[in-house]
Design a protein around this ligand. Structure first.
Ligand code: FMN
Length: 197
């Protein structure tokens, strides 16, 4: 049995978020294919997660029993991650960055060695689902895309290198039937991905 952590980083609902249309389809399909697996949802907006204060940083980095470590403990305890976050200003919503600041903790998710830092999370995998208003999966705009690149890099830093992205693009450009078709194709891609996840 795998433990799956589903991290949601969008204030919108399923009905008006293309990201969530994909991610909810992914989660439903995954659960169908893996009925015994336990999926825990962490909605960062409902959680009302706050940026780290100076006091919290002190606790996070030094106190094993601190409540500030609850997110990193939960994260390290999972086997698989589903991250649903739209493209905002070429990257991820700030709330997801806030959450990541709770996760990158020396001695818990990475360690320093003489050869440099080494990730401690092993044999884990992540699927990142993202809706983007424009098209960033191909040049020339590819270089401006910093959400997927950031997540891939920071999760790689803590040891998670099995990283897959499912995106739907041009949500602010396409209209009507064309948009519907494009999103439907991305939802199908998400469902296929869920079966293999
Ligand atoms: C605050 C904000 C910033 C955005 N920044 C970008 C951007 O930099 N590039 C882009 O292509 N679309 C941008 N968009 C458009 C969203 O990526 C697009 O509407 C997408 O469908 C949002 O995902 P959702 O439907 O799951 O909410 C932005 C939207 C918002 C609300």
């Amino acid at each position: 049995m795998s433990k799956v952590l589903y991290v949601k980083a969008n204030p919108k609902t399923r009905e008006n978020s293309y990201t969530f249309k994909m991610s909810e389809a992914f989660v439903d399909e995954y659960q169908k294919a893996n009925p015994k697996d336990e999926i825990t949802t962490l909605d960062l907006y409902q959680e009302d997660i706050k940026p780290l204060t100076a006091e919290m940083i002190g606790e996070l980095f030094t106190q094993e029993d601190s409540d500030v470590r609850r997110y990193v403990k939960q994260f390290a305890n999972a086997d698989k991650y589903i991250i649903a976050a739209p493209m905002w200003n070429l990257s991820v919503p700030a709330i997801l960055k806030v959450y990541i600041d709770y996760l990158v903790v020396a001695g818990v998710t990475f360690k320093y060695t003489e050869e440099g830092p080494v990730g401690l999370l092993k044999d884990k995998k992540v699927t990142y689902l993202v809706a983007r208003g424009g098209k960033y999966s191909e040049s020339p705009a590819q270089d401006f895309e910093m959400g997927e690149r950031y997540l891939r890099t920071i999760l790689g830093f803590i040891g998670i290198t099995d990283f897959t992205t499912v995106s739907t693009e041009l949500t602010n450009v396409l209209q009507g039937e064309e948009l519907e078709k494009s999103v439907a194709a991305s939802i199908e891609e998400a469902k296929r991905g869920a079966k293999e996840f």
